[in-house]
Design a protein around this ligand. Structure first.
Ligand SMILES: Cc1cc2nc3c(=O)[nH]c(=O)nc-3n(C[C@H](O)[C@H](O)[C@H](O)COP(=O)(O)OP(=O)(O)OC[C@H]3O[C@@H](n4cnc5c(N)ncnc54)[C@H](O)[C@@H]3O)c2cc1C
Length: 460
């Protein structure tokens, strides 16, 4: 399906300057950047209506030293942001990618606002795990769907063509790895060839490809995949066929709080501000403050891979600030009990164990899992609960790239006209699931999307 073939004897009836594969946040940002730099751009998207994982996301983009931070008196710097990224990954992030992302994310958001009319706000109501400053930015609707819609509107306003229902199947490359064009499969089973002078892979990772997940991230092989199904690992498969280097294929963004069976993300703010997770026996099992990504693995180890988020009325009110949480309430995923016994009955766990778990929140200092209980208050009745599981949101490994998003060979040399960014390229989480710092996904989609677009338009 994802093939690389020789250019010999192949002709391309249609030609454009820069072909971009994928119309998520990365591909659309790359398209705008390449267009601004004078490039002749075509975006190819397999779906009839572009959405990607971007539309499923919360749409929160971390960036440092932005004017939105300055306006709210938040003092931040790319250096501090980089330090937070490296701390979460235990200093194992791809250094070049992490440095460039931390350094350029702010400029990318300001350019999207100034040149392309996107509107951003700083989220300063809650400090996301692992960030030492308030640096999450979102469009006013605070959803990934709205972010995608606003990017699509900007691309349309710039009159950049987006061909939908166009699944790229084949790359045509000459002997030195120069890409001459691609072949696309159309929904009516037809195929077309399009020639290009540069190719940007913005088709995310391999979260939707079960055999690649089982091979590279076995701890998440049984996890619910809650990302875009179209992300089948094409970038990595093409890269491997071309002889490109890959990095950190074991990395991903997990999430320990996906409401089931509703499949709605329950904000981790509930845990960071005082909530706990218990299993079917009503017992806590991990430090809920370690990070939502690695918590997915702990949830998956519980009986039936089920956990319950337990919190109280104050945290329920905080949850209602998030669109996903409001959807969960409407869907009936959120249970309430005026007492521990009532909640235990509502969710079917032993009341005595649940009472003991809730009583732990009144503790002081570091608990048996390593959580600092003095940072949050004790939970108090009435209590709330949501049944959740551990999910795989997206993969963080991918093609090795340099600071200009050029795809690299194992010897460190760059392919002449092949670029990769966002989920298609290596991220900044290092090789472990615990290395994912909130926002690492859209961070590289937007910052490296822009870098790839500019570099491709300038001839690499
Ligand atoms: C529930 C959830 C919540 C999240 N919340 C956040 C958050 O708040 N902040 C954050 O930073 N990250 C978040 N993420 C991660 C974030 O969504 C991704 O990292 C980001 O959207 C990646 O952008 P992208 O453009 O690389 O990929 P995508 O948005 O997935 O776009 C890739 C596109 O490529 C297309 N495509 C794939 N293969 C082909 C092909 N062969 N031919 C043509 N088209 C192809 C796909 O159809 C898709 O439209 C979240 C993810 C999920 C699932």
């Amino acid at each position: 399906m994802s093939r690389v073939e020789s250019t010999s004897g192949i002709d391309f009836p249609d030609r454009v300057g820069i072909v971009i594969v994928g119309a998520g946040a990365c591909g659309l940002t790359a398209a705008l950047a390449a267009h601004d730099a004078g490039g002749d751009v075509l975006v190819l998207e397999r779906d009839e209506s572009p959405s990607g994982s971007t539309s499923m996301s919360s749409g929160f983009i971390p960036a440092a030293a932005t004017r939105w931070q300055t306006a709210k008196g938040v003092e931040d710097s790319p250096e501090l942001f980089l330090a937070d990224i490296q701390k979460k990954s235990h200093d194992r992030s791809d250094r070049v990618v992490a440095e460039r992302a931390a350094e350029t994310a702010g400029a990318a958001l300001e350019w999207l606002a100034d040149k392309h009319g996107l509107v951003f706000e700083l989220l300063d109501g809650f400090l996301y795990p692992g960030h030492s400053k308030h640096r999450m930015h979102a469009v006013p609707e605070r959803t990934g769907e709205a972010l995608e819609a606003r990017l699509l509107a900007a691309v349309e306003a710039a009159e950049i063509p987006v061909m939908t229902g166009a699944r790229v199947t084949t790359l045509y490359a000459d002997a030195d790895g120069r890409i001459a064009g691609v072949e696309i499969a159309r929904p009516d089973s037809g195929t077309e060839r399009i020639g290009c002078s540069a190719l940007i892979l913005a088709c995310n990772g391999y979260g939707g490809n079960t055999s690649m997940v089982a091979e590279h991230i076995p701890s998440m092989a049984e996890a619910e995949y809650h990302g875009h199904v179209g992300n089948q690992g094409d970038a990595v498969l093409w890269g491997e066929a071309l002889g490109a280097a890959t990095r950190d294929l074991t990395a991903c963004q997990g999430h320990g709080s996906l409401a089931m069976p509703h499949r709605i993300l329950i904000t981790w703010a509930l845990m960071m501000e005082g909530g706990i997770q218990v299993n079917r026996n009503g017992a806590r099992f991990a430090n809920e403050h370690q990070g939502y990504s690695e918590q997915a693995v702990d949830v998956l180890k519980q009986p039936d891979a089920v956990a319950f988020d337990i919190y109280d009325a104050g945290l329920h009110k905080l949850g209602l600030e998030f669109p996903d949480y409001r959807d969960a309430v409407e869907a009936g995923a959120v249970k309430q009990g005026d007492s521990v016994e009532a909640l235990a009955t509502a969710i079917g766990v032993p009341a005595a164990n649940l009472a003991a778990a809730i009583a732990e929140t009144a503790g002081e200092g570091i608990d048996r899992f390593g959580r600092d209980l003095s940072k949050t208050r004790a939970l108090e009745a009435p209590f709330y609960a949501v049944r959740v599981t551990g999910a795989l949101f997206h993969t963080q490994g991918g093609l090795a790239v340099d600071g200009e998003a050029r795809v690299l060979r194992p010897d460190g040399s760059a392919f002449p006209n092949l670029f990769a960014a966002g989920g298609a390229a290596v991220g900044v989480s290092g090789p472990e699931i615990s290395g994912y710092l909130s926002g690492n996904g859209l961070l590289t989609a937007v910052s490296f999307g822009r870098i790839a677009g500019m570099a491709a338009a300038s001839g690499g």
